[in-house]
Design a protein around this ligand. Structure first.
Ligand code: A3P
Length: 278
């Protein structure tokens, strides 16, 4: 994949860009057969909103409760048709994740009332994080410049589509009993409370001590340390800065204004918009 031409690294399907190597069309085609279960643990996040952070938290919660989890990419759209067949045979509770737009998540998640944890993040820090990820990940094409990436982000010409489309689609589900939406910002503010909330949502019984332990092992610096063995030199690709407000180091005043206007136009007055403070 490293010697692929930049223009081959992404492809479009139904108007949305996907990374060719990780998520080829045959993976997405096979998803129609995914039979979700009521007791699956499902995590959904727009790219760079804190997906790997929540994967870490959920893994720790589940292993603390005595479950063993297979080492496998968690994103369902990264599963080849063969891996999807293996997943279909796995015992419950299975742990899965996705960056897909909510309307593209297999319908069986809805019909079988699977609980879904959604993590969202303010659009400015999401864009900055995404920009660095594009430039640090060899399976993705490098961006021309921050300005070019910013305009692609605003028009939804990035992998998995428009941030605002995802946010608007999730807004329709904020009050669904099987959906819990948390934000990167609230987790940064109080991780202990976040871990407790997530454990409660999925009915994982944890003691106060255990919640404390998991939160302590899930801070940015703790995860950076513990990932060094598994991720090696790629640690910084997935754990870059881990802060709220890094956008201030990248956005021009006019970009900031443009984002504020788009945010206001699309998300003002919405429940999700009110949670995404930046
Ligand atoms: P930055 O690029 O702003 O540092 P995703 O996992 O969805 O791709 O999101 C990646 C972002 O989450 C990166 O943001 C990364 O540093 C941040 N992140 C990962 N683990 C984290 C943690 N334990 N605490 C805070 N942020 C974390």
């Amino acid at each position: 994949g490293m010697d692929m031409k930049d223009e081959e690294k992404l492809y479009k399907r139904n108007g949305i860009l996907y990374p060719t190597i990780m998520s080829p069309p045959e993976n997405l085609d096979a998803l129609k057969d995914l039979e979700a279960r009521e007791d699956d643990i499902m995590l959904v996040a727009y790219p760079k909103c804190g997906c790997n952070w929540m994967v870490g938290v959920l893994r720790k919660i589940m292993t603390t409760c005595g479950y063993t989890l297979p080492e496998r990419p968690r994103l369902i759209e990264f599963h080849s048709p063969e891996v999807q067949k293996i997943e279909a045979e796995m015992p419950s509770p299975r742990f899965m994740a996705s960056h897909l737009h909510p309307d593209d998540i297999p319908v069986s998640f809805k019909t079988n009332k699977t609980k879904i944890l959604v993590v969202f993040r303010n659009p400015k820090d999401t864009a900055v994080s995404y920009y660095h990820f594009m430039n640090n990940n060899p399976v993705l094409p490098k961006t021309e410049s921050w300005d070019k990436f910013f305009s692609d982000f605003m028009s939804g010409e990035v992998c998995w589509g428009s941030y605002f489309d995802h946010a608007l689609a999730w807004e329709k589900h904020v009050d669904d009993p099987n959906v819990l939406i948390v934000t990167y910002e609230e987790l940064k503010e109080n991780l202990l409370e976040g871990v407790q909330k997530i454990a409660n949502f999925f009915n994982f019984p944890l003691t106060e001590e255990q919640v404390k332990g998991i939160a302590g092992e899930s801070t940015f610096s703790a995860m950076q340390l513990s990932s060094k063995t598994s991720l090696g030199k790629y640690t910084n690709v997935f754990l870059r800065k881990g802060e709220v407000g890094d956008w201030r180091n990248h956005f021009t005043e006019s970009q900031s204004k443009q984002m504020d206007e788009e945010f206001k136009k699309k998300l003002s007055g919405t429940k999700l918009g009110a949670k995404l403070k930046y």
